[in-house]
Write a protein that binds this ligand. Structure first.
Ligand SMILES: Nc1nc2c(ncn2[C@@H]2O[C@H](COP(=O)(O)OP(=O)(O)OP(=O)(O)O)[C@@H](O)[C@H]2O)c(=O)[nH]1
Length: 296
């Protein structure tokens, strides 16, 4: 065989003429740029194979189009350009193009009190598609936070009151005795349960801004007790106070996030899910909320 004529199987006719919805590659390693950070990402790149008679798509063309992602900050326009390249390189074969990018966004977070800070990783997926010439970009963001059960807190307070009644029955109240009692585990007999919780945000974006960091910041501000990075005792005490002032059911968390996301100009629609991995139960408390911006 002549070495210059390499066999091209993809160009052959398919034995079973049948279009396919998605064909491509998953888990491609690549660098991306978000908010000035170069991040390691994995991409899933694909197109529809609408010409059912064609044996295959041209994987290498999709792969090479991804090169753009390592060179410019990630924006909806850049994602759209990549998808347009996918389609331009598959003219006659494909009508729709898809790209998913998975990464961890790293944000530096200060401690609550001490002059310390640490890095927090936020798992993020950016999903873009061009279907029937309509461009759509969606973010998936995971935010972890602490939630303390309001019901459990009220029940614990009642037990503490009961203990106070028992311990100080028929004795004159002396300031010093009460102070000691308040500082003892015998006095504060019960504590409410709290748990590491997670908010899974799916946001359909509008406009030109990827808005990842802003949406994470908005979500954490709305939730109030995001998990911490560097922690000294003073920070832990401040966190205990913050939790005590921020009692929430999963319904409360979902409502707060709903209101926060609606306020963002970058958001066209969302579907959010909060999961409180209860320490009371072996199962989770979960709430979901969806919203679509009414058309102007
Ligand atoms: N379509 C397809 N290609 C595959 C698959 N698995 C591996 N490949 C390989 O992906 C490689 C790149 O394919 P193409 O993009 O068609 O490469 P090419 O023909 O050199 O590039 P063009 O000239 O641009 O078409 C080929 O060597 C294929 O064998 C598969 O399941 N489907």
């Amino acid at each position: 065989m002549n070495a210059l004529t390499l066999p091209d199987i993809a160009a052959q006719a398919s034995r079973q003429a049948l279009p396919l919805d998605w064909v491509g590659m998953c888990g491609i390693a690549l660098p991306i740029l978000i908010d000035g950070q170069r991040l390691t990402a994995k991409a899933d790149a694909g197109v529809s194979l609408d010409d059912g008679t064609a044996r295959g798509i041209h994987m290498s063309r999709l792969y090479l189009a991804l090169e753009m992602l390592g060179q410019q900050p990630l924006t909806p326009t850049l994602l759209r350009n990549v998808l347009q390249h996918f389609l331009a390189s598959h003219e006659g074969l494909s009508k729709n193009a898809y790209l998913r990018i998975h990464t961890d966004l790293l944000l530096n977070r200060p401690a609550l009190v001490s002059p310390l800070a640490g890095w927090k990783a936020y798992p993020v997926s950016i999903e873009a598609h061009l279907e029937n010439q309509m461009f759509h970009v969606e973010l998936k963001i995971d935010v972890t936070y602490s939630s303390t059960c309001p019901c459990s807190a009220a029940l614990a307070r009642q037990l503490i009151q009961q203990q106070f009644v028992d311990d100080f029955a028929n004795t004159p109240l002396r300031h010093e005795d009460v102070l000691t009692w308040l500082g003892s585990a015998n006095g504060i007999v019960a504590t409410p349960h709290s748990q590491r919780s997670s908010a899974q945000l799916r946001v359909h974006l509008q406009g030109e801004h990827l808005a990842l960091t802003e949406l994470i910041n908005d979500a954490e501000a709305a939730l109030g007790t995001a998990v911490q990075t560097a922690v000294k005792r003073a920070d832990e005490q401040a966190f205990a106070l913050a939790n005590g002032q921020n009692l929430m059911f999963c319904e409360d968390a979902a409502r707060r996030l709903n209101l926060a996301l609606k306020r963002s100009d970058a958001v066209k629609a969302f579907h959010l899910k909060v999961i409180h991995a209860e320490s009371l139960h072996a199962h989770d408390a979960v709430a979901e909320s969806r919203w679509t911006r009414p058309s102007a």
